[in-house]
Write a protein that binds this ligand. Sequence first.
Ligand code: ATP
Ligand code: MG
Length: 416
Amino acid sequence: MIMRANLSREYPVVLARPHHSISRKSIDTNALKVLYRLHRKGFKAYLVGGAVRDLLLGKVPKDFDIVTDARPGQIKRLFANGYLIGRRFRLVHIKFKGDRVIEVSTFRKTPDPGMDSNIGTRRTNTYGTPRQDAFKRDITINALFYDISNFSIIDYVSGLKDISEGVIRSIGDPNERYIEDPVRIWRVLRHAARTNFVIEDNTARAIYTHRYRLILCSGARLFDEMTKDMVSGVSRVFCQLMGFYGVLPYIFGGIGTFFEQDAGAFKELLDLLGVIDNAILSGKILSYEIMLSVLFWPWIKTTLVHLDKEGIDKSELLYEELCKNKMTITIPKHYKANIVKTGMILKRMLKALDTSQMKWSLRKRARYLDAATICYMIIHKRVPDEKDPFKVIFDQRWAGRKSLDATQKIRHTRHR
Ligand code: ATP
Ligand code: MG
């Protein structure tokens, strides 16, 4: 039984090993090595964040982050394979074979108000207690500690209760937390999508109040966040939540507004994201080029209808349109160029499926295969295995009809 912890209480709820499901067998061996060494040297050593959350939910964690009361310099001295990371050398990355990295940080406390006005970027941190460290985190289910000294779970923020009840809840006043760092809005939606948990009322309401603050975030950071959600296997639900909470315009500028206003285009986007999710969940790997082209396709399709200026290359116009949208998120230039190239080829492919007139020299273009893959996804609602997926759909549609046309012609001639 778990008691609900008062958020202001000094002492945490501690769940001893017999009362929870986290076994050392499911913890990464490198992470265990780091935890044990810190513990043997007399430091507190806790597994924290996504790893504890995912293990309690029976999922395989992506990474295993560790917090300790050892200072970065002390951590580094304990591990020959440790590297100080970050502007102020606040973290230590411990590197293992096969490019595996365990991130170790020292317990932190919230910086004094006004110490850092640089919203959406890393803040200046000072070291703190485990309790302060927990309260600095974003949502309750992400602030649980697994203590290697006795295998217990330490909970200062009622995260265990929220995990068992399926609730996404901001730690502290969500208004203040979103003002401090608006990316937390994104993270609330991300974790709601991944866990299928309900967003607690205040946490949800404050999103509407503060969503516009996403325009203050670093575009590069938002792009980084987006790449994680595109491969999460729940990008469809995540995007649906973004739409529901009205955050798309603050991230994608005019393109976000377009998706808000055109329900058909938004549905097309969600359907395609669903296709990507199924592919990812079945272990397929898709390039960022393809995923980004999918994201912008419904907008490109509509925009191309209106783009017709004599004598000007449509792809140039499309690129200009894409750049005009005042997106907060920074899509790197080469991705933007590829999104446009793919969109142009895809448009011709879909037309060719209607007319049977295909310019096959397009096959030599760099983004032909990306466009062919998306074309297949649009038609068959799954990611293709074929080498030239467009040729397959084209032949399916036209090979039969052409021979039919030819037979009809012969009959017609004979009747004359
Ligand atoms: P994932 O499975 O995506 O790695 P995660 O919860 O581990 O999920 P990370 O981005 O790896 O997410 O962050 C690690 C931990 O750091 C989080 O669990 C959370 O406790 C804390 N954290 C991350 N971003 C923020 C933020 N913007 N504000 C407060 N705490 C944060
Ligand atoms: Mg993580």
